[in-house]
Design a protein around this ligand. Sequence first.
Ligand SMILES: C[S@@+](CC[C@H](N)C(=O)[O-])C[C@H]1O[C@@H](n2cnc3c(N)ncnc32)[C@H](O)[C@@H]1O
Length: 303
Amino acid sequence: MPAAVRRRIEERAEAVGFPALKRAAAEISAAYREGRPVHAGSPAHTAAYLVTRMPATYAAAYAALREVRERVGAVKSVLDIGAGTGGASLAARAWFPDAALTLIERDPKRVEAAREWLPEAAVAIEDLNRIGVLPPHDLVLAAYSLGEMGRFPAARLWLAARVALVAIEPGTPRGFALIRGLRQELLGAGARMIAPCPAETPCPMAEPDWCHFAARVERSSLHRRIKEAELGYEDEKFSYIAVGREPVALPAWRIIRHPQHRPGLIAIETCTAAGLRSERVSRRDGERFRAARKAAWGDGGIS
Ligand SMILES: C[S@@+](CC[C@H](N)C(=O)[O-])C[C@H]1O[C@@H](n2cnc3c(N)ncnc32)[C@H](O)[C@@H]1O
């Protein structure tokens, strides 16, 4: 996240005080684990969300939007649904610096925070379910918000997306189930795949497994203190889908979990147009082994 935003978050957190911040962060973590809506509640809850969750939603959105930038190119406008404190919009601004941003968010406290780092954005403090037709934008973005919406608005979101639609949810079985349902609905409505899938065929992932990815998030020292964590980073797990109006070149495969490294052997699991594939690459494979050593979860490739 931009350094100026991180600094402002620290200042807001200091104003709340550590004990209240820690209590609010514990409540937010519990809600997140149980798949309940994370309410902003008090200033302490908003500050705790900013310290412990927004860097993670930013990182997931940044990773998903990279795919849109690379495969589709620049967009001129972005509509962020359930924009919260603006984490996903900040990621959109990083990839599409010239795009006009519109945020829809029902919680005024979160909007107030988002306005601080996105002063140029148009903001509607509104419940999505009360808006009839969404204003068309090139890119419609729903990050960690669809799971909180009672009536699922997939068709309405797609109608508003002139170029592309991106939805991100927690990388849990529940989050993935939502993304998979959305994928099916959107492809059925004629949407074309952008990422992460290498094909538009039915999703080959079978329960109890679920498709998700990880984005590395640097933890601030305050974040570490709140979580009583040793590590200076955490990996945010997320499931996502990006679809567009026009076909784009898709990768032939995508790595769907951390490659497993053993002495002289690397096991890689990928999703391909022909289904899921498990591959073992040994040192004897020479060039392929050298390439496999660099391969990472989430990478896509052409051959
Ligand atoms: C977990 S937060 C995610 C915020 C943000 N998108 C991010 O990536 O950091 C989900 C947000 O969706 C908002 N939300 C949920 N249902 C909504 C609705 N029906 N209309 C507008 N906003 C909604 C909540 O108020 C909350 O701020």
